[in-house]
Design a binder for this molecule. Structure first.
Ligand SMILES: *Cc1c(COP(=O)(O)O)cnc(C)c1O
Length: 401
């Protein structure tokens, strides 16, 4: 197994911080009590869970009672959406965006088959929303507005508080998928318009299999998981204690490092981006360059396939991601880049590099060194390297097969 790669795919998942592993391990070995038990053995675990909850609440500026643990970001999104609808059964309309994560988009698509109407807000070429379009979509029948804080593919940050003010005028519940934002953007739920907010452990140097949903005090919540009284009756099931302890520590470390890490990541990201743009012809940055996560760059290399670039990078031990997901044998371009209305040439050759606090200068320099050659070699094989129309035709032939 390979474990010494240049890992620039941190929006997909992150390395667990060694300090997180250290605090988590005893809860997989000696301290296996059930936090709900009456005896001291379980009670001490319960106490550790409470401390972890305080650590997590701190990164959100939330109260401990407003945190509900989930198994992942996907569960948080599902639970928030279902709960908002169950709490207001008379309202049948949902507002979301075309660029959400599948954990929101596919739930909304399913709800459409169950009698809900869904508005999917469009984005412009920079991936930004039109707040007038949002305003026009809201009605008294809108139960829920669910919009991501920052986009996982492009890093584009939405103006969440401006959106929230409009949502509140219509009395809808406002849910935010902040899986990419927590630990990268300072958050304070005390002064926020957000009613519910999803986060996930493995995107912030915690382990997989643990996440949380913030639920503002006073917001009506109908649980998704029914059973015991864990999580104040809002999410049944014996707590994932090691995960919860780990997430608390991960949140504490993210908060501790937030300022210095994001400054550093932004500097490295900008160096990578600017150098690639300067050394490689015909490439563009996708997304909103002013409102963007500090760790993310999504670059479209025209006339070549993102997957081919990824395979070449992989030979150098460099992990990145392409905007497109290869589904059922056909190359399906990313729904995010498509919603941005990018030309075909850019759509297919887009690569996302996502950094973290472990990313080093040497790693970025290595990518800067190999990328121009990779792109040049692939373009030499591309018959339509300077011909948008021809390339387009070629692609439509491939896709229609
Ligand atoms: C990763 C991610 C999710 C899903 O989180 P999981 O913990 O993997 O289920 C949801 N939304 C966004 C924006 C993400 O990046």
């Amino acid at each position: 197994m390979q474990n010494n790669c240049i890992y620039l795919d941190n929006n997909a998942t992150t390395k667990v911080d060694p300090e997180v592993i250290e605090v988590m391990l005893p809860y997989l070995t000696d301290y296996y009590g059930n936090p709900s038990s009456m005896h001291t053995f379980g009670g001490q675990v319960g106490k550790a869970v409470r401390t972890a909850r305080e650590q997590l609440a701190a990164i959100l500026g939330a109260d401990e009672s407003e945190i509900v643990y989930t198994s992942c970001g996907t569960e948080g999104d599902n639970a928030a959406i279902r709960a908002a609808l169950l709490a207001q059964p008379e309202k049948r309309h949902i507002v979301t965006t075309q660029v959400e994560h599948p954990a929101v988009l596919n739930v909304c698509k399913q709800l459409e088959t169950q009698g809900y109407s869904v508005t999917y807000l469009s984005v412009n070429h920079q991936g930004q929303l039109d707040l007038d379009e949002l305003e026009a979509s809201l009605t008294g029948n809108t139960a829920l507005v669910t919009i991501m804080y920052a986009n996982n593919e492009t890093g584009t940050i939405f103006p969440i508080e401006q959106i929230g003010l409009r949502v509140k005028e219509y009395g809808a519940i406002f849910h935010v998928d902040a899986v990419q934002a927590v630990g990268k953007i300072p958050l304070n739920m005390k002064t926020s318009t957000v009613d519910m907010l999803t986060l996930s452990g493995h995107k912030l140097h915690g382990p997989k299999g643990i996440g949380a949903l913030y639920i503002r005090r006073g917001v009506r919540f109908r649980p998704f998981m029914i059973g015991g009284h864990q999580e104040r009756g809002r999410r049944a099931g014996t707590e994932n204690v090691p995960g919860i302890i780990a997430l608390g520590k991960a949140a504490e470390l993210e908060l501790l490092h937030l300022e210095e890490a994001t400054t550093r990541e932004r500097r490295l990201r900008d160096r990578l981006e600017q150098t690639l743009l300067a050394t490689i012809p015909d490439c563009v940055v996708n997304g909103d360059l002013t409102q963007r996560l500090p760790n993310t760059t999504n670059i479209g290399f025209k006339y070549i396939e993102g997957e081919a670039i990824l395979l070449s990078l992989n030979k150098y031990g460099i992990c990145a991601s392409s905007g497109s997901a290869c589904t059922s044998g056909s190359l399906e371009p990313s729904h995010v880049l498509r919603a941005m209305g990018l030309p075909y040439t850019t759509l297919h050759g887009s690569i996302r590099f996502s950094l973290c606090r472990y990313t080093t200068v040497a790693e970025i320099e290595q990518v800067i060194e190999v990328m121009p050659g990779i792109v040049e070699r692939l373009r030499a094989l591309s018959p339509f390297k300077n011909d948008d129309a021809g390339w387009l035709q070629e692609q439509s032939l491939v896709i229609s097969h």
